[in-house]
Write a protein that binds this ligand. Structure first.
Ligand code: DP6
Length: 513
């Protein structure tokens, strides 16, 4: 907790990875990171997969700084800024106050930028049009040399709960584009914007609404952050979800905030808000334009289903070609199947999945998990140009799972794949040894036989001749690099041991961090 007297306040927290069984794919508001559908995930145990983050504040720090896995990163990245930055938003105002913002250094060149009360407004443009925004019309201020919007469309109060936010429309029409608008200093902006979330803002808000003392000085202190993963960042294992959840949680602890952190974590990475809780977690999409009701909630605690096991089959540790953010944006713009999924399929699946979890119904849970993964990847193929995250090995794993289940005459194992080729397999503890033996049979380890299985211990098992015949595969040596065996786990934790801090007394990363 923050304290005014101490020269340096340091906290260290950990946060888990989560795997969605009902997938989030597509935003109705890019800036606020509001999804087009609700989603549901399982929090994985931090003994196997976690992010550890230390946050330190001091009056002597002159700037915010961040080190990820030992390397200093640009703290100006928009998503980091969304969690970190100081809010100077004036809710009473309605005027664009500055020109292009240094806060968006990595925005695509086709996007023209503005800071409107340090936020930004998003407008649609028809497909094929240039990047100039409505506000830049005729003023030549749009970046990227695009053409002006032919028919400017202004937000009506009704569209955005009286605040005129275009992006409040639940689903953008296909082939729409959004641009950040750029406005001249002092001109009136027709689209009101929401303030950026930051832990410092939340802290101020909390203090200013109570009968407490005025905000302490520590809220103006700069912060140093160091963060490490205990698993390969590039392995496609949802590191950003754990990373942003941990950042939000650690900042909240160091600045003394105890309010809901969904918004802060979500603005880092949508799926990160689900990593704020252990067990089984839903992210309710919400309906409000300001996103206040787009929050994560626990469906069941980690102790609820002790027999559930999770096997991560690492197929490739390479970075994906198309990141989730860009991929889902293209899907929202071009895939009719995604719209159908969000409107007609996911609402029913959320109810069904919640029921399966509550009843510990593995048959129902497993079947729905596989179907939802398959539909998510179908929407990727329905995207134009198509996106393909699965590899040949992924498809062989899918086949293996279905053969295994067919042999047993019931759903004993279930796969799900995120935006990458690695498989996450759910099963019950008594099935783990036989399924791991089946994976070894289909994907014999090439050189790392002893390191093939990481995480929870798994007793050796041999395959029956019947199962071996049922699998009916030509083995692919090395197809699966290794397996991480884990289980459902708790949400973020605060570490009391000062030795756990990744930052030293000088506020810089310890040599080993
Ligand atoms: C396929 O949360 O990484 O893993 O909000 O743009 O950061 P951004 O996307 P991100 O998307 C995760 C997509 C997914 C499905 C899921 O986790 O629900």
């Amino acid at each position: 907790m923050a304290s005014e007297e101490k020269p340096l306040v340091v906290v260290t927290c950990t946060a888990p990875v989560n795997i969605a069984v009902i997938k989030y794919w597509g935003k109705r508001d890019e800036d606020l990171v509001l999804p087009i559908n609700s989603s549901l995930s399982v929090t994985l145990h931090q003994d196997q997969l976690k992010t550890t983050t230390t946050a330190a504040i001091s009056k002597d720090f002159t700037e915010d700084r961040i080190w990820l896995n030992g390397r200093e990163e640009d703290v100006g990245q928009p998503r980091l800024q969304a969690c970190l930055r100081e809010s100077e938003w004036d809710p009473a105002g309605d005027v664009c106050d500055t020109g292009p913002s240094p806060s968006f250094p990595s925005a695509p060149s086709s996007v023209c930028r503005v800071r409107v009360h340090r936020g930004c407004c998003w407008l649609r443009r028809p497909p094929g049009e240039g990047a100039a925004c409505e506000h830049g019309r005729g003023r030549g201020r749009g970046r990227g040399g695009g053409r002006d919007l032919p028919s400017p469309r202004r937000a009506s109060a009704g569209e955005a709960g009286g605040r005129g936010r275009l992006s409040a429309v639940p689903l953008p029409p296909p082939d729409s584009r959004r641009v950040r608008c750029q406005e001249q200093v002092g001109a009136t902006c027709p689209v009101a914007v929401s303030p950026p979330p930051s832990v410092r803002r939340l802290a101020r808000k909390r203090r200013s609404t109570g009968d407490e003392d005025p905000p302490p000085l520590s809220l103006s202190y700069k912060v140093h952050v160091a963060s490490v993963n205990n698993f390969p960042t590039a392995a496609g294992l949802a590191s950003s979800a754990a990373g942003y959840a941990c950042l939000a949680y650690a900042l909240a602890r160091v600045y003394g905030v105890d309010s809901d952190l969904s918004e802060v974590a979500r603005r880092g990475s949508g799926s990160a808000c689900r990593s704020l809780y252990g067990g089984f977690v839903e992210w309710q999409m919400g309906e409000r334009a300001d996103g206040k009701d787009s929050v994560a909630r626990q469906v069941a605690p980690e102790s609820h289903w002790p027999a559930l096991r999770v096997l991560i089959l690492v197929v490739s540790a390479e970075r994906k070609l198309m990141g989730s953010t860009a991929g889902m944006q293209t899907s929202v713009e071009t895939s009719p199947l995604l719209r159908f999924r969000a409107e007609a399929v996911v609402p029913g699946r959320m109810v069904e999945m919640t029921h399966c979890v509550r009843e510990r119904d593995f048959q129902g849970f497993g079947r729905l998990t596989m179907k939802d993964s398959n539909q998510f990847h179908a929407t990727c193929l329905d995207t134009f140009p198509p996106i393909s995250y699965l590899s040949d090995i992924s498809r062989r794993i899918i086949r293996l799972v279905h053969c295994f289940n067919a042999h047993h005459g019931q759903t004993k194992v279930a796969y799900t794949f995120d935006a990458g080729p690695n498989a996450v397999v759910f099963t019950l503890d008594d099935t783990v040894p036989e399924f791991v033996a089946a994976v070894r049979h289909c994907f014999p380890p090439e050189s790392n036989g002893d390191k093939f299985l990481k995480g929870l211990p798994v007793r050796p098992a041999s395959l029956s001749d019947e199962l071996r015949a049922a699998l009916d595969v030509d083995p692919t040596p090395g197809g699966v690099k290794y397996i991480i065996a884990t289980q459902v786990g708790p949400g973020p934790q605060t570490l009391d041991d000062p030795h756990a801090h990744l930052l030293g007394p000088d506020g810089l990363p310890k040599p080993a961090a």
